[in-house]
Design a protein around this ligand. Structure first.
Ligand SMILES: [Zn+2]
Length: 262
């Protein structure tokens, strides 16, 4: 019944806005795994938080855990042909290829580009083959033996200040947001076009880590747009504000499980 309902709502919507949250982090999928946790502690003890999303993705793609990414693909298929936009605070999966590139923004960065540790402007580069191999080896050792080599992962150094490069995501000490600004501009422009349109908001697995990116704006949009409807799917935090009860529904379930079930 719910499947029918959500299918109808997507079908009837003129525009669909999707928010992807922390429940989609690969690190979330493997959070109970002993080897993942052991590695996470080691990385944290060495102040390598910017590596955590990449470590999560590595663990989630190990054959032993095989968390994979079918939920993303299913969501993308559901949205096919619709006028949609996906805004994400999830870090760890390259999703630009799953969703149409122009309809996706990863506000918290990712694991496929690097930046200066100190955040020097204009120093954002895609990882090259050497970088990826290096991380792969580092993680393999961390998985198999539970140790981190003495040498920090050398992703090269900043062309301006000579500091080491780190992955370009929100867990870096000086996260350089310019990596996603063009996508963000496209998003805000798309949002302007939602006024007075039948808008469906799918807020999926978004926790309170970065409330100003998805949760609060989605509530505001749902409140202002007369024809909006909000689905808030979350394992722990699915409450809908009282002024939105007639325009939204909260579903207390892990967002990935929810998509799998549809
Ligand atoms: Zn620098």
């Amino acid at each position: 019944m719910e499947t029918q309902e959500i299918g109808d709502r997507i079908g009837q919507a003129e525009m669909v806005l999707v928010g992807l949250g922390e429940e989609f982090d690969p690190a979330c999928a493997v959070r109970e795994d002993v080897k993942f946790r052991r590695g996470r502690e080691l990385l944290q003890s060495r102040d390598l938080n910017w590596l955590l999303p990449a470590w999560g993705a590595y663990c989630a793609h190990r054959p032993e855990t095989s968390c994979g990414r079918p939920a993303f693909q299913k969501l993308a298929d559901m949205l096919k042909g619709k006028n949609y936009f996906v805004v994400s605070v999830s870090v760890g999966e390259g999703l630009g290829n799953v969703f149409d590139g122009g309809r996706f923004v990863a506000a918290c960065g990712g694991i496929e580009r690097k930046q200066c540790e100190k955040g020097c402007a204009g120093e954002i580069w895609p990882l090259d083959r050497e970088d990826s191999d290096l991380l792969e080896k580092l993680f393999e050792k961390l998985w198999e033996d539970g140790i981190l080599g003495e040498e920090l992962p050398g992703l090269g150094s900043c062309g301006q200040c000579g500091s080491p490069m780190v992955l370009n995501n929100v867990y870096a000490g000086h996260y350089d947001e310019s990596g996603y600004l063009d996508d963000w501009k496209r998003y805000t422009k798309w949002l302007q076009g939602t006024v007075n349109r039948r808008l469906l908001l799918l807020e999926l697995g978004v926790s309170m880590g970065f409330p100003t990116v998805i949760r609060l704006p989605f509530e505001k949009i749902a409140a202002y747009n007369q024809k909006a409807f909000l689905y808030r799917v979350n394992e722990k935090l699915c409450q809908i504000p009282t002024d939105l009860v007639s325009k939204g529904v909260g579903i207390s379930e892990n967002a990935i499980d929810w998509i799998d079930r549809l």
